[in-house]
Design a protein around this ligand. Structure first.
Ligand code: GLU
Length: 454
């Protein structure tokens, strides 16, 4: 027995356990969700017990929202300050709905929000069931009645149009079940693509659908999973928002989540927790860690027609090509059998098409290739600049591209949203595709652009 350890019987009466009995304590008296005081030789911490995949590590969610991982062998005492109540102790699927709380479906698709480190491979793998997910966020049942469902368990870079259709159908099922809102847990890499895809395919949506991701997995001290998920839940619980949004960290602090517009958001950083930013737009709202909501942009009005799913045609081939110095015509010609192409031009929307000296002969062929493509399929310009709108009237390059059949002038959509919108239009409105590309359908094109003056 280690120094300072006490027999279980006396420990049970005072609910104080020593390190040798922690395993036993977890079985006999302590559950994820209990608020405990944990002592090491040097410090005392208070927080909520979180499930841990590593038996040598005790994970505690601190008041700040951070998860603290303590090596169990360093713990000298644990005292239960407040036991999790018996209803909340049960698994998420058996948590009985509470009167007065909104019913929110959680559709799980995978990604870091529901991932942990695999101690076999050292990598992060998505492996939680929805029940495990909810048990990791014990505060959730106090905010919403949740019915989590596993749709897929995959990294978001692997998603394609079939998955967008699957998700849209699952949303439709939940709407039939009369839920008040839906949270979709999703990997962050392509979260903004999926958000835009749902914004287009869920026509006349009448409830909130909020996509949530995390940049750091749930078992890491700096995980953003909990704040992002809880802020999404608070937003649905407290507002009458209708439409598709994204909820992620507002800043690198754990102070607030930000609700971002589905069609005007981009992942701007590989690892920061505040990686997602509204582009050429404002967020919908800010949700503080303690649940206060600040509305930033007026919400959509309720739809005037019945909800319907307008899916993507999964057989389509839509391309996205970035311009760069020394571009080769073969890069463009590769799209000749595609159904649509988004060009990510430089600046206002430019490609190297001007033959001005002995080194730029290839550019004439590039322009011809664009012209040939534009006769067969919609070719749409977007900009690789991070903000601002396309203007194909300022320079001769832009005018020549328009003459060659390139569309998309005056739009301020991100390239990602342009890609999704093009795919959706070719799927659902092939005849009016070019015309609708520059019309605002789902908030993807700003009506006014004061930021242009900046
Ligand atoms: N690359 C993976 C994904 O986007 C993991 C990262 C994450 O969840 O953000 O699903």
């Amino acid at each position: 027995m280690l120094e300072g350890a006490k027999p279980l019987v006396s420990a049970m009466s005072s609910i104080i356990f020593t390190n040798l009995f922690i395993e036993v304590a977890l079985i006999y008296g302590m559950h994820p969700g209990d608020t405990v005081a944990v002592e090491t030789k040097t410090q005392t911490y208070q927080g909520i017990v979180m499930p841990s995949v590593d038996k040598k590590v005790f994970v505690l969610k601190l008041e700040s929202g951070y998860n603290l991982a303590l090596e169990r062998k360093k713990i000298t005492k644990i005292k239960v300050v407040q036991a999790y109540n018996s209803v909340e102790k049960a698994s998420s699927s058996s948590v009985s709905p509470k009167k007065g709380l909104k019913n929110v479906a959680i559709l799980h698709t995978g990604g870091t929000l529901a991932s942990k480190v695999s101690y076999q491979t050292g990598g992060v793998v998505a492996k939680f069931t929805p029940e495990e997910l909810i048990s990791m966020f014990p505060e959730l049942p106090k905010i919403i009645n949740t019915t989590p469902r596993l749709i897929r368990n995959m990294f978001s870079e692997d998603l394609n149009f079939n998955h967008y259709n699957l998700l849209a159908e699952e949303v439709a099922k939940e709407i039939k079940n009369k839920v008040d809102g839906i949270i979709i847990t999703h990997g962050t890499d392509t979260l903004h693509f999926t958000a835009a895809a749902l914004a287009f395919s869920l026509e006349h949506l009448s409830i909130p659908v909020i996509l949530v991701g995390a940049q750091r997995s749930s078992d890491r001290g700096s995980s953003d999973a909990s704040l992002n998920l809880l802020c999404a839940a608070q937003f649905i619980a407290q507002t009458n928002f209708i439409g598709v949004g994204i909820c992620m960290h507002e800043t690198t602090d754990d102070l607030a989540g930000i609700i971002l517009p589905a069609t005007k958001t981009r992942k701007m950083h590989t690892s920061r927790r505040d990686a997602f930013k509204a582009i050429n737009s404002q967020p919908w709202a800010r949700v503080s860690r303690t649940g206060e909501i600040t509305i930033i942009t007026k919400f959509h009005d309720p739809p005037k027609a019945a909800f319907t799913v307008k899916p993507f045609n999964p057989d389509l081939k839509i391309g996205l090509l970035k311009s760069h110095p020394h571009l080769q015509k073969e890069e463009l010609a590769a799209y000749k059998n595609f159904d649509g192409l988004v060009l990510e031009g430089t600046g206002f929307g430019h490609f190297p098409i001007n033959n001005i000296d002995e080194f730029t002969k290839e550019n004439t062929t590039i322009l011809k290739t664009i012209e040939t493509l534009a006769k067969k399929l919609p070719v749409v310009m977007s900009s690789q600049c991070l903000s601002g709108k396309i203007d194909l009237d300022v320079y001769e390059t832009g005018r020549k591209l328009q003459e060659a059949g390139v569309v998309g002038n005056s739009s301020d959509m991100t390239p990602e949203t342009t890609f999704i919108k093009l795919a959706w239009l070719v799927s659902n409105h092939p005849k009016e595709c070019k015309e609708l590309l520059t019309k605002n359908l789902r908030g993807e094109i700003s009506e006014r652009q004061p930021y242009q003056q900046d």
